[in-house]
Design a protein around this ligand. Structure first.
Ligand SMILES: *Cc1c(COP(=O)(O)O)cnc(C)c1O
Length: 357
């Protein structure tokens, strides 16, 4: 019964996001394991095309495999590469613009450097700015070079359900694999990542296992272990089923859009104040803010805002500068909460440093 509920949830994910109808979907613990799963499928496919069976032979003695990502790629992309034997430090990092979007010309140059099996990791929703790589261009470049295009959309992929924000992801449905989370923007408990792979046979080949006591099965019967690294696991697709069932397409779009509106609202409130600078174009639910012109001032405001407790936000670093990172994802957050949070942050910015007083 739980397998069936998960199959239904997988179908809804394909449909809501507009992914290819036949793509493989695996429910994993989080986006890191979604990267691991998708990139294992990628590793299978690009090496299969080069005449190498990586599941049977491993990487040793096989053709070299390149991974290209942006210098703002989330750390979990490189961790997944590390765990797949691809080497965290071998990931070729390509420069990005002031919003954290990969520079297409630089990516084109990197792709042209070498022939052979290649995986490109694009990003839909940069962790600080919420910016989207120009996915349509990246997919084109990958197609032209026979490279696999993987997308990290831990939270940003859900922009696809918003009619007004889907354009941020233009062309993403032609990518080869997608990693996202339920436990961020869908507000389900931790242990809910989603790995989707267009070539379901590559997905299955990378993950499947079997044993004499498992009844023979084909693609008509869903077996969890065909799509995830685990042999046994809890039915983690069920909370996702529940969230999607209760929200529906319209409710999900409303959750995404209202978070984005709230992010815009807080950016506007903060940006109006003297000595406060919003550093990013607020295209999604992320806002990065700087107070004064040194890192110490910004970090002090973050500390005081955290102590105040009206809202919770963390510090981050973007392009070498300390920033306050505001991320709006809570389904219960209202415009009033946003205003109270903005006031509390601005008050924290005005209070003198504890050490100084
Ligand atoms: C959170 C996040 C991840 C990692 O997700 P987990 O579910 O914590 O493994 C990867 N990429 C991006 C862009 C993220 O925001």
């Amino acid at each position: 019964a739980l397998s069936v509920a998960e199959e239904v949830a997988a179908g809804w994910v394909r449909d809501l996001l507009g992914l290819p109808a036949g793509c493989g979907v695996g429910f994993v613990t989080g986006c890191q394991m979604a990267h691991f799963t998708c990139l294992a499928a990628a590793r299978h496919a690009v090496l299969r095309d080069a005449g190498w069976d990586v599941e049977a032979q491993g990487l040793q003695g096989g053709p070299p495999l390149r991974v290209i990502a942006s210098d703002q790629a989330h750390v979990t992309v490189t961790v997944a590469c590390r765990m797949l034997g691809l080497g965290a430090e071998r990931v070729r990092l390509v420069p990005t613009d002031d919003q954290g979007r990969v520079l297409i010309a630089a990516l084109e140059t990197a792709l042209a450097e070498q022939e052979g099996p290649t995986i490109v990791c694009a990003q839909a929703g940069e962790i600080n700015t919420g910016a989207f790589d120009r996915i349509s261009d990246i997919v084109e470049l990958c197609r032209a070079r026979g490279a696999w295009c993987h997308i990290d959309g831990a939270f940003g992929l859900w922009a696809a359900v918003s009619p007004t924000r889907r354009g941020l992801l233009q062309g993403f449905e032609r990518a080869d694999s997608w990693a996202t989370d339920g436990h961020k923007w869908l507000n389900v408990p931790y242990d809910c990542g989603i790995a989707a792979v267009a070539d379901s046979s590559a997905h299955r080949a990378a993950m499947t296992s079997t044993s004499a006591y498992i009844p023979p099965h084909d693609e008509d019967i869903p077996w969890g272990f065909d799509w995830t690294p685990e042999f046994s696991r809890r039915a983690r697709g069920v909370p996702l089923y529940a969230a999607l069932r209760s929200l529906g397409r319209a409710g999900l779009a409303e959750l995404i859009d209202s978070s984005c509106e709230h992010a815009r609202r807080i950016a506007h409130r903060l940006g109006e104040a003297d000595g406060v600078e919003v550093l990013n174009d607020v295209v999604l639910n992320q806002v990065i803010v700087r107070f004064g012109d040194d890192d110490r001032a910004t970090n002090a405001v973050i500390d005081r805002a955290q102590q105040d407790g009206t809202c919770w936000l963390s510090g981050s670093s973007f392009r070498g500068q300390a920033v306050m990172r505001v991320s709006v994802v809570g389904w219960q957050t209202t415009a009033d909460d946003v205003d109270r949070s903005a006031e509390a942050i601005l008050e924290a910015a005005q209070r003198p440093n504890a050490e100084a007083s």
